[in-house]
Ligand binder design. Structure first.
Ligand code: SF4
Length: 258
């Protein structure tokens, strides 16, 4: 029997989804974290002055982009007046502006802006997601909330099966490595620490390989202070593309000598 969307076990239904689209259809009904449900809905009834009159999405925000992407960008969680307002990941706030502009410069995004779900933006060979799908107070989900949301993230990783993960910040770094370890990937112990520019190649079930790239989060805290510059983000994304394009080691290219 399918658990109620209010039950802490509801996210376990993610395992039954056989496509990213099917999983997202289940995800948007989730109400498993009472504190986050209250927060996402409170933002909708007290919008910022500049968004007054808008109808907020105020539900879980699904990943966005190519479901068969070779590159997965992993953020933290939707912003209360960004993704939680527009219903699309990294859409309608400064973090999204910074990230999408870089995705456009590096050839992953069809346009440099991400304002509304109907703005025509498409992503090619790249998908955006987060280990927590509802906006948290102070951008800080609790460990319990991360664990509760974990089945959605785990299933998305299985279904998308990226070759490269660009991880924005330490929270997402820990969430990704924990999830991969639970899925049987060989994750070193002690766990490698997050750093901007960190690069880690992991081996998983069925001979799969995933390269994980660390990058400072695109939050205003980092971009306004130039801790993360456009050039730094572009460099990480170009590295992700190069890794995605590289033939898997041990695989002979058709033009290799016999
Ligand atoms: Fe459901 Fe995840 Fe939102 Fe919690 S954070 S209510 S598990 S979608």
């Amino acid at each position: 029997m399918t658990p109620s969307p209010d039950a802490p076990t509801y996210p376990l239904v993610a395992a039954t989804a056989t496509s990213v689209e099917a999983m997202d259809g289940l995800l948007v009904g989730c109400r498993a974290c009472p504190r986050l449900v209250a927060w996402r809905e409170a933002a909708a009834v007290a919008p910022r002055a500049s968004f007054r009159g808008e109808t907020y999405w105020a539900r879980p925000v699904a990943g966005f982009g190519d479901p068969d992407a070779r590159v997965l960008v992993v953020g933290l969680a939707p912003a209360a007046h960004g993704g939680n307002r527009t219903g699309r990941m990294f859409t309608g706030d400064r973090s999204g502006d910074f990230l999408i502009a870089s995705l456009h410069r590096t050839g992953f995004a069809s346009q440099p802006t991400s304002e509304r779900p109907d703005d025509g933006l498409t992503l090619t060979d790249l998908r955006l997601t987060a280990p927590v799908h509802c906006a948290p107070p102070d951008n800080a989900p609790t460990p319990t909330e991360r664990r509760t949301c974990g089945p959605w993230f785990a299933r998305e990783l299985e279904l998308v099966a990226p070759r490269v993960a660009v991880v924005l910040g330490g929270f997402a770094w820990q969430a990704l490595l924990s999830t991969l370890a639970e899925q049987g990937w060989l994750v070193p112990r002690p766990r490698p620490r997050f750093a901007h520019g960190a690069e880690l190649t992991l081996h998983g079930p069925d001979d799969r390989r995933l390269t994980v790239l660390g990058c400072f989060h695109v939050s205003q805290q980092n971009t306004f202070t130039r801790r993360l510059t456009p050039e730094m983000l572009d460099a990480v994304l170009l590295r992700a593309r190069a890794l995605a394009d590289a033939p898997p080691s041990g695989v002979r290219r058709t033009d290799d000598a016999p």
